[in-house]
Design a protein around this ligand. Structure first.
Ligand code: ADP
Length: 433
């Protein structure tokens, strides 16, 4: 084991080196000259070792540094040890990278790592298959040169990756891909692409199925309703047991009719996600009609209504969808607020665009239900909902209609404190002229 560098050892070595020169100097009476010669020899030795080190660092490719004596031995050996340590570390690092790559290859998704300036650093094999990238040929290429879809370029330039993006695969027009981008390390992002063709196909099949079934149910229901209405005029059919049966049948047919209507509305809304901004929607006029209907619906319950409507505030978007959203919220307040309760409806401009809300002092909703209210067929109190004829589809319709207008349903409710259902329409969907 070599002695580490120490001033004591160095001083000892220097003394040993100079001693013979001093002795000879004393004997010959030329101490100064011999000290000078000794220093010259020492300097030459140091420069020679320094040169050996420089030659090795710059030209020699071997792992082992030059050998040296004295203080240089410690330096050379130190460098050798450092080299060895670095080699081990490099090996470990290479292993980590290999393991990462194997892991990334095992992913069921295409993964691409790129610098924030867009140049590709690495991609896995699935990225080659579904995005058409080539590895390693495409290393350093700009990602926008390989995925040329305009929506993708726009998405990349927008730099808001909180929502995924769906595009058609650049290599297969039949395939739909869902892209997600997330920060990877500083200055790098990771793009993950997933094939969602099958999921979208299944969703579309489900939508078509619900829509077809609802359509098919309409005709038998109309026939049933027609005959039940006819029976109302037959005196015998409205008495005793028959009368009761007739009443229940009429009630259930109406329920089923409204359920089919709601299913059709939901299908229609789901099928038209792209709303046109060209259509101006006269929300104040719409709310006038809804107010009259709400008063009629309230009937004997004598709710106190207050409609605060900005009469000049129009919307841009799909009038059917907005009517469905607004009317469902208002009718729900009427259905669920007990007699003589108060209902406030507001449509006013706000900083982000326009705000709509319906506030009631009804029973309110317990917190555990709030996040599930917009699920299809979800009802807080099934028995009560049945009484009101509710199907659990209303808020689902609202959610879909609003999402097509880049808005979302905001629910604020506490048991026994009433409820507030509302949404904010972003400014591009609002028109004031
Ligand atoms: P439904 O057709 O049953 O009314 P919705 O989807 O419209 O279905 O509403 C889901 C559930 O949310 C309802 O069953 C009801 O329990 C609750 N809800 C909706 N609006 C209100 C309200 N204003 N006050 C209290 N509960 C409400």
């Amino acid at each position: 084991m070599l002695q580490p560098f120490s001033w004591m050892v160095l001083a000892g070595r220097l003394a040993l080196f100079y001693l013979p020169f001093i002795v000879v100097g004393l004997l010959t009476g030329e101490v100064l000259l011999l000290l000078l010669v000794a220093t010259g020899v020492l300097l030459f030795w140091h420069y020679n070792n320094q040169k050996k080190l420089a030659d090795w660092l710059w030209h020699d490719r071997s792992m082992i540094p030059p050998s040296g004596k004295g203080s240089w031995e410690i330096v050379f050996n130190g460098i050798y040890k450092m080299q060895k340590r670095n080699r081990v570390r490099r090996k470990e690092l290479a292993n980590v990278i290999r393991r990462f790559r194997e892991g990334a290859e095992a992913l069921p998704d295409a993964a691409v790592v790129y610098k924030t300036d867009g140049s590709i650093i690495w991609c896995n094999r699935l990225a080659e298959a579904i995005l058409g990238f080539r590895w390693p040929e495409d290393s350093g290429q700009h990602i926008g040169n390989l995925i040329r879809t305009p929506v993708f370029i726009e998405y990349m330039q927008g730099r808001d990756f909180s929502e995924p993006l769906e595009i058609v695969s650049p290599v297969d027009a039949e395939k739909l891909l869902e892209l997600r981008i997330m920060p990877y390390t500083s200055g790098q992002n990771m793009l993950v692409a997933r094939d969602v063709t099958l999921i979208r196909q299944l969703e579309s099949m489900r939508r078509n199925f619900v829509s077809s079934v609802s359509h098919e149910l309409r005709t038998p229901l109309t026939v049933l309703k027609g005959y039940l209405e006819m029976l109302e005029d037959v005196p015998d059919a409205n008495q005793g047991m028959m009368g009761k049966a007739h009443h229940v049948m009429a009630e259930q047919t109406t329920r089923m009719d409204s359920l089919v209507e709601q299913l059709l509305t939901l299908s229609r809304i789901e099928a038209t996600p792209d709303v046109s901004l060209d259509e101006r929607v006269d929300v104040p006029a719409m709310l006038n009609i809804i107010e009259a209907e709400a008063v009629a619906l309230s009937g004997d319950k004598q709710h106190g209504f207050s409609f605060n409507i900005a009469t000049e505030l129009f919307a841009c978007g799909d009038s059917d969808q907005l009517r469905s959203a607004i009317s469902n919220l208002v009718y729900n307040a009427v259905y669920y607020t007990p007699a003589e309760g108060n209902i406030v409806v507001s449509w006013q401009p706000c900083r982000e665009g326009a705000e709509f809300y319906v506030q009631d002092d009804g029973p309110g909703i317990a917190p555990e239900h709030l996040s599930r209210l917009t699920e299809r067929f979800y009802r807080v109190d099934k028995a009560r909902s049945r009484e009101t004829g509710g199907s659990g589809l209303g808020l689902s319709i609202v959610k879909h209609a609003l999402s097509h207008h880049q808005s979302e349903l905001l629910i604020d409710s506490e048991p026994n404190q009433g409820s507030r259902f509302g949404f904010v329409l972003p400014s591009q969907f609002v028109s004031t002229d």
